[in-house]
Ligand binder design. Sequence first.
Ligand code: KG4
Ligand code: ZN
Length: 359
Amino acid sequence: MKILGIETSCDETACAVVEDGRKVLSNVIASQVDIHSKTGGVVPEVAAREHVLKMLPVLDESLKKAGCDWDDIDALAITKGPGLVSSLIVGTETANVISYLKNKPLIPVHHIVGHIYSNWLVNLTNDNGVVKKYARADFSADESDEPLFPIAILTISGGHNEIILMKDHNDFEVLGESRDDAAGEAFDKVARMLGLGYPGGPAISKIAEKGNSEKFNFPVVLLGKDSFDFSFSGLKTAVLTEVKKHEGKMTEQLKADLAASFEMTVVKTLATKLERVVKKFPDLTEVHLAGGVSANRKLREVIRDYIPGNITLRYPQTIIYCTDNAAMIAGAAYFLYQQDPARFKPRTNIVPTTSFELW
Ligand code: KG4
Ligand code: ZN
């Protein structure tokens, strides 16, 4: 089954074609990073206007790169939310219209559920996003490597963090979540304090490589011994206090030390939470990282030491599956559809939501 996914929740206009929930036939993303880096963050109105310009060209390219025309597409998938409403509406309205015109079932997907399914995606495309000729032969090896339940999933994005226990497809129990700033947001804000630009995550990681992560002793906030929730606002304030102390005499080395110490504090906080989950649920077979911050190299390295060796640790196969993309939306939609195909008909009434409730 081939599903065409559309994702416009923030500042990436993205379309992808995915077969049977895992095989990525195309994954096209028009990024607005250059535009938003000028303002140091996403201006919703600007993002929405840019989505309008990019939506149809990106859609066309995703079909072409997958070698498909509309007859090959069995269903559409769309990010219903949460996200920036004016951005979401460009995608949902496009999906409603195509569903109507092409008479295709339309499957609404929760953005975070999309991130969760990024660990099911198998990258079959080359550097230009074109499907490799030997894709099918290639896939059989990966097919057996399907994630096994039960899985603990750490979703770490710009907007929200969650630890989720997933016992089966679309069976999610939220164990903990962010109480204030999400990890990605903390990366973005600290990068801004240090004058490193947007998006903050990759910028902090890069400069942190030259820094000493033990130079500053920032607080690892765990919110009590049984909690799976997260709070990064205290850490953000602690970094700001140090930045202010060094106003006028900030050096590149000091910036690198601040970035490295901040990054390590976030990593230790996330890793400790996962360590708790693994202890509480001894039947777990896998631990997954998903969302933009799962691209972080230090996190991937350190987290392995916090998790017993018999538990499989996964993060998305390529960095583009960590950050926002439409392949994950098409992937998630497939597993939703499989549970109850009759539920999903052609429809024209999908409207955005900002709710973080999983559905
Ligand atoms: O999941 P995502 O693409 O968008 C949301 O749904 O929010 O996450 C974006 C976040 C940004 O805050 C960005 O700074 C962060 O992911 N990020 C990283 C890295 N790459 C992206 N954070 C830490 N290290 C990275 N390498
Ligand atoms: Zn996201």
